[in-house]
Design a protein around this ligand. Structure first.
Ligand code: EPU
Length: 420
């Protein structure tokens, strides 16, 4: 077990670079097997979940070469259609290999995927979508066996699931004919996946909206692509800057990916602006006198991202008044609350989906545990805002999603030590 020891209540200053988006890079790696040719992906974050996806691909027979943030995938020698169950159980994103494996080989076996414990996280929407493509599904123990090459047609999603939309896109790109995916999720990472596939020769339009059209093509070729910046990481550091009254530049960012987050933080009186330098955008934060409570509801994009709900709640412990936080996407994404309470946060749990953060609280240091990626990042934010030394255990959870978090924070003056 690794832990962070954080001595808080320090102002930070300087620049925090934002990494490539985890939830985009994972899908681009999966999409790379839709061709037999080599692809090169830049700006891939060096984090645990990416390493697991690379291991799954290597295990299938791909040659995966990593050089810092560039990953080269040669899928010409895939020799298995069965995903390693131990690896599959470690990351939820392993399910996005279903679409590409079916498109290329017409069969795949996948164990029930794992991931953060933030709700039931079933795969019924994936099964529903793939069935609409004419794929058959058989369950043997905790393994799903999918068969048949996907058939083009009209697909109607039963909910705006991010990974199920990505599976539908990757199931359709090589099919014979036109597909339309209705009620699709519209997250920026889905648009990045479509851009990548279009560079490989796919014909996808409308990604980033709720209706995506795909004209099937006979084959795809290798390409080179740079992953979009991680909007969740960028906004997490923005909230850390606001919570610590710091003067920080954070980026690059794509402001449109964070419109509602920017709006809510401005409404809370946070003192920051967006600057443009050499065609790139950055957050520039300034010391903040106080912040005010503002309610949020998490929604699919362009709504407030569920992945930022925990960091926002931690920030609101400092705000004057009550902030009502309504988590509409996942049914148990408040696991971090008990840890915040151990730091003297005043939070009332109204239901499994609603909490009231009552501020402002003077947070106290404590020894606490990280249970999931985003909840863990919220605890880092709380530790940075409080007096004294906080110990956060099980930080491997946080490092599944945040590249070099301790190094990036140390570089701007945070007192954070990683202990193995
Ligand atoms: N759902 C079902 N059945 C399914 C799939 C989803 O009921 O078959 C439900 C989920 O239980 C949830 C809702 O649909 O209540 C939305 O889940 P979605 O499928 O959109 O989530 P996901 O695709 O599993 C991705 C991200 C998550 C992020 C969500 C929502 C990846 C690898 N993961 O998950 O990221 O929270 O979309 O934006 O892309 C994270 O990065 O920490 C993380 C959890």
């Amino acid at each position: 077990m690794a832990k962070y020891q954080i001595r808080g209540n320090k102002r930070l200053s300087g620049f925090i670079p934002v990494s490539g988006a985890k939830n985009s890079a994972l899908k681009l790696l999966a999409a790379s097997i839709l061709t037999k040719e080599v692809s090169v992906i830049h700006n891939v974050p060096e984090i645990i979940d990416i390493k697991k996806m690379e291991d799954i691909l290597s295990n299938l027979g791909c040659k995966v070469t990593v050089s810092k943030n560039t990953v080269t995938i040669d899928p010409s020698s895939i020799n298995s259609t069965s995903l390693d169950p131990d690896l599959t159980k470690k990351i939820r994103a392993s399910i996005v290999l279903a679409g590409p494996m079916l498109s290329r080989f017409g069969t795949v076996s996948i164990a029930q995927p794992g991931g953060c414990l933030i709700g039931a996280r079933p795969i019924d929407d994936h099964i529903d979508v793939l069935s609409q493509f004419g794929v058959t599904v058989e369950q043997k123990g905790d393994e799903y066996i999918f068969n048949n090459k996907p058939l083009a047609g009209e697909i109607i999603m039963s909910e705006m699931s991010v990974t199920a939309t990505e599976n539908a896109i990757m199931a359709s790109v090589l099919s014979d004919g036109d597909t339309i995916i209705r009620v699709a999720a519209a997250e920026p990472e889905i648009a990045d996946l479509a851009d990548y596939l279009n560079q490989m020769g796919a014909k996808i339009s409308g990604a980033g909206t709720h209706n995506i059209k795909i004209e099937g093509v006979k084959e795809l070729h290798g390409t080179e692509h740079t992953v979009i910046q991680d909007r969740v990481e960028a906004a997490t550091y923005l909230m850390m800057a606001i919570g610590t009254n710091s003067e920080l530049k954070i980026g690059p960012i794509v402001p449109e990916h964070l419109s509602i987050v920017i709006k809510k933080l401005k409404k809370a009186s946070a003192n920051f602006t967006i600057i443009k330098e050499s065609d790139k955008f950055y957050f520039q934060t300034f010391p903040n006198g106080h912040i005010e409570s503002v309610n949020i509801n998490t929604r699919t994009f362009p709504g407030f991202p569920t992945d930022l709900q925990s960091a926002y709640a931690a920030l609101m412990t400092k705000a004057k008044g009550e902030s009502r936080i309504f988590e509409t996407i996942f049914e148990s994404r408040f696991g971090y609350i008990e840890e915040l309470k151990r730091m003297n946060a005043n939070i009332e749990v109204i239901s499994p989906h609603i909490i009231l953060v009552k501020g402002s609280s003077k947070l106290r240091s404590a020894e606490i545990d990280a249970f999931d990626i985003r909840g863990g990042a919220a605890l880092v934010l709380a530790a940075l805002m409080c007096n004294g030394e906080t110990t956060i255990n099980h930080v491997e959870m946080i490092e599944r999603g945040y590249e070099k978090l301790d190094i990036k924070l140390s570089a701007v003056g945070a007192d954070i030590k990683r202990i193995n």
